[in-house]
Design a protein around this ligand. Sequence first.
Ligand code: ASP
Length: 448
Amino acid sequence: MEQEKKKKKGLDLQWKILIGIVAGIVLGIAFNQIVGPGVKTGPVYMIKIIFKYGGDVFIRLLRMLIVPLVFASIFMAVVNLGDIRELGKIGGKTVAYYMITTGLAVLMGIILVNIIHPGQGINKEALSALEISTKVPAKVTKQGVGERSAFVIIVDTLVNMIPKNPVGAMAKGDILQLIFFTIFFAIIAAMVGRESETLTKFIHGVDVIMNKAIFIVMEIAPYCIFFLVTAIFMDLGFDALKALGKYALTVLLGLALHAGVSLSLLVLLIGRYNPFKLMKAMAPAIMTAWSTASSAATLPITMDCLEKRAGVDRKIGNFVLPLGATVNMDGTALYESVAVIFIAELLGIHLTIGMQVVIFITATLAAIGAAAIPGAGLVTMGIVLTAAGLPLDGIGLILAIDRILDQFRTAVNVWGDATAGLVVGRLENAITDVEELGDVVPQTVKSA
Ligand code: ASP
C-alpha cells in the first residue's frame, strides 16, 4: 500500500470526534432546556444560526468532494483492474451481500416489532398533546412516492442509472448515474490503451488531490461536528421523544442487533476480521454519519477509513462504497419496517401475515430507492405504507422524532457498507492487515 504510517501528536481522530459529539449534545441539551426549542428571533436565534451554519460548512465541504472523488477513484480502479471480468466478480458479490443484508435487516425489524408491539402501550394523550400533524409531509406527496408501486420504483432506479447527460449527472450529484458513466468510460479507456494514457495520468492526479482533500477535511471534522450536533440538540423535541419512546427504542434495539450481531458475525465468519477492530477503524465515518444523517456526505470519509485504517484495498472500496452509499441502507430498511407496523398498530389496523410479507419486500426495495440524504427514508416509506394499504398520513405520527432516528439509521447504513467492503475484500483477497490503527498519511499527501 502506497502509504506511510505516521503517529500523530495528540488524540486519534475518532476520540476527537467523540468529544465533539458529546460536547455538542451537552451544550445543545442545555440550550434546549434553558431557552426551549423552536426560537425564531432575537440574539439567541443568532447563536443557533451560527451553530447551524458551522455544521453546514462541513456537510458542504464533504459533498463538494463526492463527484470528483467518485469519478477519479472508480476510473482508476477500473483502469488498474487489468481484467474487466474482475469487475463483474466484485460487482456480483457486492450486490449479493447488499441484498442479503438488507433482507436480514428488515426481518430483524419485523420480528422485533411483533415481539415488542411499540404501538400498543403508547400514551395517546401525550401523543395528542404534541399536536402531531396528521398531514402528509409535502415532500412525500410532491414526489408522488405513495402512488408508485415498488416494482416501478426498482425498474425506474435501474433504468435511471444510465444518465441522459453525464455532465448533468455530475451537476445533480447523482452518484448511481456517475458510477455507471465512469465504469463505462473507464472500460473504454482501458480498451483504447495508449491513446488514453495522458487522460489516465490526469485522472490519477485528480485522485491524489481528492485524497489529500479528504485528509484536510477530516482534520476539521471534530470541530464542525461539534457545531452540527449542538444545533441538532438545540431543536430536539424531547416531549415527542418521551411519547414515542417505545417506538424509538424498538428501532434502536433493532439497529443495534443488526449492526452488532448480524453484520458483525458476517465480518467475523466470512470476513475473518475482528469486528471490533473494524468498528474502531470505521469510527470516524460512523460518527460522521451519525452527525450528518447522510451516507452520501459521509462517503469520502468512509472510503478513506476503509482503505487507510481497515486495510481494504482501494480497488474494492472504490466500487463497493459509492454503490453502497446509494443502494445499501440496512438501517433505513429496518426502520421502515418497524415504523410502518408501528403506524398500523397506532391506528388500530391489524396486519395479516400476508401484509407483513408485503412490508418485508417493499421495505427492502424502498430502502434501495432512498437517497443518501437526511430524511430520505421517511419519504420512501410512502411506498411501503401504500403497498400495505395503510394511510400515508401515518407518516405525520413519527415525524417529530425522525431526525434523531435518522442519525442512528444512517450510522448503520454506513457500517453496513463498510462490512460489505471488508467481506468482499476478503473474498477477493484484498486486505492488508493494518497492525496499528491510527491516522495514517498517504505517501502522496506527505510528499505534496
Ligand atoms: N439519511 C439516510 C442516509 O443518508 C437515509 C434515510 O433517511 O434513511 O443514509
